[in-house]
Design a protein around this ligand. Structure first.
Ligand code: PHE
Length: 391
């Protein structure tokens, strides 16, 4: 039964209280039922319409007909009820508006979903599944980088740590601290590429492209006290015209071991082991005297040609990689010159207490030999057809 406004006969406070409570509970119950705009309008009209709305009715049935002595009391009650009804009507209106927005959004969302699946359906009609897929090749390590990593890992397994240094170097690290006397023509033997516009600087501060990885020996000794065992992979530059075995840019792996009582025997044993790891256990090593300003004594190391097995011949043909000699030159090495320690003596390198060996090998050369490539230029031309063969 919907709520109807009763006539009041009893105007006692208790009776008024009861009548108000009934009205408010009907108000709340009906407000809770409202679920859309039409429902809200009906609710609003039923309660606040001027003509015969419930508020008008309580005004007429309760207030106007109240006995004189109860008027004040009834008036207050009616005002409270008017306030409560108006508040509830406004609240209901707002709730309805939110509901409408939500409903619209939901409808749109479903539309969008329907739209999406329709579009997907149309698209899939157009995909020709008989066409080959898109091939996205995964890159691979460059053969020279791969070779450098292999060399480095041989030494890491012996307990060496990896160090790196800048490709643009100062004359000091590339030459002076490696015992190349200032202004000494030994610099020329390295075919150095100097950076332009350095003339106003002192010679030791002038910048150049490092001609070898040896400057990182000094840089590391400045930072690490002996004993040290390090390998240094990196890019180097020399002013060499490009041909099948020369490139103005190439790669070296340097090594340095400094401790007490390190001998040439340690150098030979270490490098012989490394060559067997790189080229196979049957290769032999062979040392010939040489000269480097930063090692004394110095040597060039050769490995027996693993292409022809050291015979210098492949069948009846001459063996090209070893130029028929049966030996391939692979690196420069030697015992660290005491003068070099002089440049880092305040870092704990006392040439009377420590000794060590160093070596530097061309990584590109090792790659050429390992892969049987006959032209170093192939490595740096970026021809994918060449590089793909090493994936
Ligand atoms: N730095 C030398 C070169 O590039 C190689 C080398 C390194 C020799 C270490 C001796 C010791 O030719």
């Amino acid at each position: 039964m919907p709520y109807t406004v009763p006539k009041l006969t009893d105007y006692s406070p208790e009776a008024l209280e009861k009548a108000s409570a009934n009205l408010l509970s009907a108000l709340n119950a009906e407000a809770a039922q409202v679920a859309d705009e039409d429902g809200y309008k009906a609710f609003r009209d039923r309660w606040v319409a001027r003509k015969n709305g419930i508020l008008t009715q309580i005004n007429d049935l309760w207030l106007k007909s109240a006995p004189k002595d109860a008027k004040r009391e009834v008036g207050q009650r009616v005002n409270e009820l008017i306030g409560a009804v108006e508040t509830r009507v406004t609240e209901t209106e707002l709730r309805c508006r939110d509901l409408a927005i939500l409903k619209k959004a939901r409808a749109k969302g479903i539309d969008a979903e329907i739209d999406g699946s329709r579009r997907a359906a149309e698209l899939s009609d157009r995909i020709d599944i008989t066409l080959p897929g898109i091939h996205r090749p995964i890159g691979a390590e460059h053969p020279v980088i791969k070779t450098m990593n292999e060399i480095v890992s041989v030494f890491r397994n012996l307990g060496y740590s990896v160090q790196e240094g800048p490709v643009i170097e100062t004359d000091y690290y590339n030459f002076e601290a490696l015992n190349f006397p200032p202004n000494h023509p030994a610099r020329d033997t390295q075919d150095t590429l100097f950076i332009a516009g350095q003339d106003s600087k002192q010679q030791r501060d002038r910048l150049l492209l490092r001609t070898h990885t040896s400057p990182v020996q000094i840089r590391t000794m400045e930072r690490m006290k002996p004993p040290i065992r390090i390998v240094i992979p990196g890019k180097v530059h020399r002013n060499d015209p490009p041909d099948a075995s020369h490139s103005p840019m190439f790669h070296q792996v340097e090594g340095l071991a400094v401790d007490t009582n390190i001998t040439f025997g340690d150098l030979k044993g270490t490098l012989d082991h490394a060559m067997k790891m790189l080229f196979g256990s049957s290769v032999k090593t062979h040392f010939r005297p040489s000269f480097f300003p930063f090692t004394e004594p110095s040597a060039e190391m050769y490995v027996s040609c693993f292409i022809c097995g050291g015979s210098g011949k492949r069948g009846t043909e001459p063996c090209r990689p070893c130029k028929q000699t049966g030996w391939i030159e692979i690196l420069g090495c030697g015992m660290v010159d005491p003068n070099v320690y002089g440049f880092v003596k305040d870092k704990g390198y006392d040439s009377r207490k420590v000794s060590g060996f160093a070596f530097g090998m061309g990584a590109d050369r090792v790659a050429i030999l390992n892969y049987g490539v006959d032209d170093i230029q192939m490595f740096f031309q970026g021809d994918v057809r060449f590089l793909q063969q090493f994936e």
